[in-house]
Design a protein around this ligand. Structure first.
Ligand SMILES: *[C@@H]1O[C@H](CO)[C@@H](O)[C@H](O)[C@H]1NC(C)=O
Ligand SMILES: *[C@@H]1O[C@H](CO)[C@@H](O)[C@H](O)[C@H]1NC(C)=O
Ligand SMILES: *[C@@H]1O[C@H](CO)[C@@H](O)[C@H](O)[C@H]1NC(C)=O
Ligand SMILES: *[C@@H]1O[C@H](CO)[C@@H](O)[C@H](O)[C@H]1NC(C)=O
Ligand SMILES: *[C@@H]1O[C@H](CO)[C@@H](O)[C@H](O)[C@H]1NC(C)=O
Length: 756
């Protein structure tokens, strides 16, 4: 028997609970973030001095004040993080110049691997570390080694040892490493428990950051495959291989925890370092003020939208100035043949790649039904392959947590393998991370139909057996893709229903990229985010003068999408889309459906098209503060505006409260040929009349580069309706098709009853 006790998962659960106990035991004071808005002086030391003054005034002593500071934000904006008592925090909040004082909070990286439930991946990494000097030497700085396209920053990523200094390279991942032009780390707000076993350096422990980095800008590496198993073998290559990377490690420990105070410090430095793109595969940072300062400095900020799908209203990081990314599947699948004792062959999905396991043998098969404590009490699954199928539970919980409960129960009873029924196989690699450690015959995901056939076989004989063959990977035409991943978080945004989120989707399921010294699959919007960051970096290098809003617009308005009507623009689009089957893009979930803007915003990213969008929807960063009624920063810098967020010039329109009629204004800027005539093509949401005025826009040589138009929505029915979807496309009849998604909800009462 393997030395790893099958009881370990439970033990880990306990450890994890210990980890989340209150941080900084001293009950009287805790870490607060004091935000003071735009910095008032160019000299950082002057800015810092103003922080010291503010703190000294509440501490009464400069020494005490200095001791309390954890971070000083002085490059991109002004503020600090300090240990304060509640009354000191209240006092500080009253000082002139202080915009807000908030307790530090912690968030997670957006990967399906960082499941809260076990923290198993951490221990797995630790084992690997011992075995293979995991991640050792992954690195290094060195300026100007490569022709520079553009600089990128990836947050939560960390393969460099030593603060800001360059060290010689000796590593198989040096193709990534040589592009890293600097690395910093931030652990000021991380409790010691989380730092145990961690590198006190920018070096990556979890692999999450390295994975994102190599997705963005890894060089070409031949003959890579998942854990060097031959699975999904081929050439790995980052999306923007000539970009350079600055690394800011602000996330730590088994669950990849990130503190606001550290993330802010990283963003402050990144602004100062002159990065062009911030790639943030993190949860819940939308409103961290630092990102708005970054955008105001011309930095495109890309966020993962979260892995809380498929339920509606689960998207996070929904502020309008960032690009929020959904995850989609790619054209690869992993069919695995299961042969039953009655010679029936059924197919599931697995990453059962272990050649030494071979699995050429039949194993005892037992139906564990729901595999909860009750149903497992009546069967003996020890040493057997167990079938678990709980459709009711699955429909009511996230794929991860449902699997976690089953997994723990099955491992505790020392099963040899697991056949697990699921609505989608999107979480295959996340599951496999745990399966291959604790279940020698691995896990296979099946749908409920296959599960029921296996169950009826198991019932038919007293000695049921199954053989699980080694997985093969299938790529290309046979696989329907892209589809929005089951786990990908969906709109509408709870915080800002008048802002459509997510903005765009990109590949985020079973992405093969570097982790330490090898390559492996990971899934999550964390993996989708760097794909968009890479495209943003490419756009920035092609169009250095474009603002973050223009880059976002170019990406959103050229996405591949699904049609909901038979309008002429829809028909001609469907004829031209690259989808090989003429199938609309689908969104996985229960039930699966045609993808709509709440699943993927403008659609699936189409990098080539985004280079030449024709028209863009630009936004002056000052508009964001204005539209937030000056609540984002100091009042004196802000021209107050009382109006609706849907008037912000975004490349999408979301009207969450259409009563009779609403008029929305937009301005487009011509970035195509000097001359051109664009005609509006409308796909009105069901139940809504939609008109555009003017419906023809002409750009002439020497004339204005921008044009403003209005879109009027009128409710056609007097019912409290749910959201319906449409679009507005400007067509120049030649090459440009500039499409924005439209979502409208009709209401007749002031209360909202139907939200998704
Ligand atoms: C990839 O591996 C195969 C077999 O191991 C080898 O024949 C081939 O030359 C390798 N290709 C490259 C580009 O290294
Ligand atoms: C794998 O299976 C083959 C027969 O299919 C057998 O010859 C071989 O010894 C097995 N390998 C191992 C490591 O069990
Ligand atoms: C494959 O399975 C064998 C037997 O359980 C195990 O010893 C070995 O470490 C596994 N290999 C990998 C790459 O997981
Ligand atoms: C369950 O099955 C295993 C393996 O066949 C056996 O060793 C064990 O004693 C059984 N447990 C019970 C409670 O019957
Ligand atoms: C700004 O204030 C107006 C009027 O009170 C309100 O309708 C709007 O929702 C506010 N905007 C935000 C972003 O809070």
């Amino acid at each position: 028997m393997d030395s790893r006790s099958p009881f370990l998962p439970t033990l880990h659960l306990i450890l994890v609970l210990v980890v989340v106990l209150p941080i900084f035991a001293d009950a009287s004071s805790r870490l607060y973030i004091v935000y003071m808005g735009e910095k008032k002086h160019d000299d950082p030391s002057v800015v810092t001095a103003s922080h010291h003054d503010a703190l000294t005034s509440v501490f009464g002593s400069k020494d005490e004040a200095m001791k309390s500071i954890v971070y000083s934000y002085k490059h991109g904006f002004s503020g600090f993080a300090a240990m304060l008592t509640e009354s000191q925090a209240e006092e500080l909040a009253k000082l002139p110049g202080v915009v807000s004082v908030k307790p530090n909070t912690y968030h997670k990286a957006h990967t399906t691997r960082s499941w809260d439930f076990l923290g198993l991946n951490y221990y797995e990494q630790s084992n690997l570390l011992k075995k293979a000097n995991y991640g050792e030497d992954v690195i290094v700085g060195g300026y100007g080694l490569h022709h520079e396209a553009s600089k990128i920053t990836a947050m939560a990523l960390c393969p460099h040892d030593g603060r800001e200094s360059a060290r010689p390279v000796r590593s198989s991942t040096q193709r990534v490493a040589r592009k890293i032009i600097g690395a910093r780390w931030y652990s000021g707000d991380i409790p010691d428990e989380l730092l145990k076993g961690e590198y006190k350096s920018p070096r990556d422990l979890s692999g999450h950051g390295t994975h994102a980095a190599s997705t963005i800008l890894g060089g070409q590496v031949y003959n890579v495959s998942h854990r060097q198993s031959g699975l999904a073998a081929g050439m790995a290559r980052g999306g923007a291989p000539r970009a350079r990377l600055a690394v800011y490690k602000a996330c730590w420990g088994p669950k990849i925890d990130c503190g606001d105070a550290s993330v802010l410090a990283a963003i402050d430095d990144a602004i100062n370092d002159g990065v062009d793109v911030l790639s943030l595969s993190l949860g819940g940072y939308g409103e961290v003020p630092g990102t708005l300062h970054a955008v105001a400095r011309g930095i495109t900020v890309v966020f993962a939208g979260g892995n809380e799908g498929p339920v509606p209203q689960s998207v996070s990081n929904a502020v309008p100035w960032v690009i929020t990314v959904a995850a989609s599947t790619i054209d690869r699948s992993f069919p695995t043949v299961m042969s039953l004792g009655n010679k029936e062959k059924l197919v599931g999905q697995s990453l059962n790649y272990n050649a030494t396991m071979n699995n050429s043998n039949f194993h005892m098969l037992v139906d564990g039904q729901r595999c909860d404590e009750d149903s497992l009490a009546s069967v003996n699954i020890t040493g057997k392959i167990v079938l678990c199928s709980a459709p009711l539970e699955a429909a009511n919980s996230s794929p991860n947590s449902a699997f976690a409960a089953t997994f723990v129960a099955v491992v505790k009873r020392r099963a040899k393998g697991l056949i697990y029924a699921q609505y989608s196989a999107n979480v295959l690699d996340g599951f496999e991370d745990f399966c291959h450690l604790y279940l020698p015959a691995s896990c296979v995901l099946v749908d409920y139909e296959i599960a029921s056939r296996i169950a009826s076989y198991a019932k038919s004989t007293r000695k049921s057996v199954v053989k699980i063959s080694r997985v093969v990977s299938v790529v290309g035409n046979g696989v329907l893709a892209p589809r929005i991943a089951m786990f990908s978080s969906r709109g509408p945004s709870n915080e800002f229903p008048a802002i459509l989120k997510p903005d765009i989707s990109a590949p985020g399921v079973s992405i093969l990229a570097a982790v330490g010294d090898s390559y492996k699959f990971m899934s999550g919007t964390s993996m989708a985010c760097p794909h968009v960051s890479a495209v943003a970096a490419l756009l920035k290098s092609v169009h250095p003068d474009w603002s973050p809003a223009m880059i976002k617009s170019a990406i959103v308005t050229t996405g591949m999408y699904s049609c909901h009507t038979t309008s002429s623009v829809c028909i001609s689009y469907m004829a031209s889309v690259t989808d090989r089957f003429g199938m609309p893009i689908q969104a996985e979930g229960a039930p699966r459906k045609i993808a709509d803007p709440f699943d993927f915003g403008g659609g699936q990213i189409d990098p080539d098209k985004s280079i030449d969008p024709g028209l863009v929807y630009d936004i002056d960063p000052k508009e964001y503060t204005k539209f937030f009624n000056c609540t984002l920063g100091p009042k004196d810098d802000c021209e107050s505006y009382v109006g609706q967020l849907y008037q912000l010039n975004l490349p999408s329109i979301a009207v969450p409260n259409l009563k009779d009629s609403v008029t929305v204004w937009r301005t487009v800027t011509n970035v195509g040929g000097e001359e051109g005539t664009y005609k509006a093509s409308i796909e009105a949401p069901a139940g809504v009349r939609m008109s555009v005025e003017p419906s023809i826009i002409t750009f002439t040589k020497g004339g204005s580069r921008s044009a403003t138009f209005k879109v009027t929505f009128t409710a056609r029915q007097r019912v409290q309706a749910g959201y319906t979807f449409g679009s507005l496309t400007w067509l120049d009849g030649v090459t440009h098709s500039v499409r924005i998604p439209v979502v409208v909800r009709t209401i007749i009462q002031d209360f909202l009853s139907d939200t998704s």
